[in-house]
Design a protein around this ligand. Structure first.
Ligand SMILES: [Zn+2]
Length: 125
């Protein structure tokens, strides 16, 4: 892919400017390019520019875990919604069971909210 080549050129420029390549890759889904730490301390991806305002590799890891968590919760939410839909359309509906699933759904959504709240360190100060 020719797009990839352009990124290589950008990465070479990062290195020329004194940046160091980190052992971590870009957390943006489907990207996976190596991250670079600029002399200014900023961490950048050749494709996405300044992706995260992070201070340490640990922070990058933490944010990656959170993104994974949200995508897992998204899938769970969809599954739970499907179960609720199927059950409520069934012949012998047990309301208690549906309420149980609704509670599960609510818990999933709360967890998702929590993950999202923690995820926004990118306000310029
Ligand atoms: Zn990227």
């Amino acid at each position: 892919m020719s797009e990839r080549k352009d990124y290589t050129r950008i990465m070479a420029e990062y290195l020329k400017a004194g940046a160091t390549m980190l052992s971590l890759t870009c957390p943006v889904e489907g990207c996976g390019l190596p991250l670079f730490k600029l002399r200014t301390g900023e961490i950048v991806c050749a494709a996405h520019g300044k992706v995260l305002l992070v201070k340490s590799d640990e922070e990058v890891k933490e944010i990656r875990e959170r993104i994974t968590m949200i995508s897992v919760l998204d899938k769970l939410e969809e599954k739970t919604l499907n179960i609720i839909r199927e059950q409520s359309e069934g012949e012998d509906v047990d309301p208690r069971e549906i309420i149980g699933w609704l509670e599960v759904l609510e818990r999933i959504r709360r967890l998702k909210e929590m993950s999202r709240e923690k995820q926004s360190p990118s306000k310029p100060s």
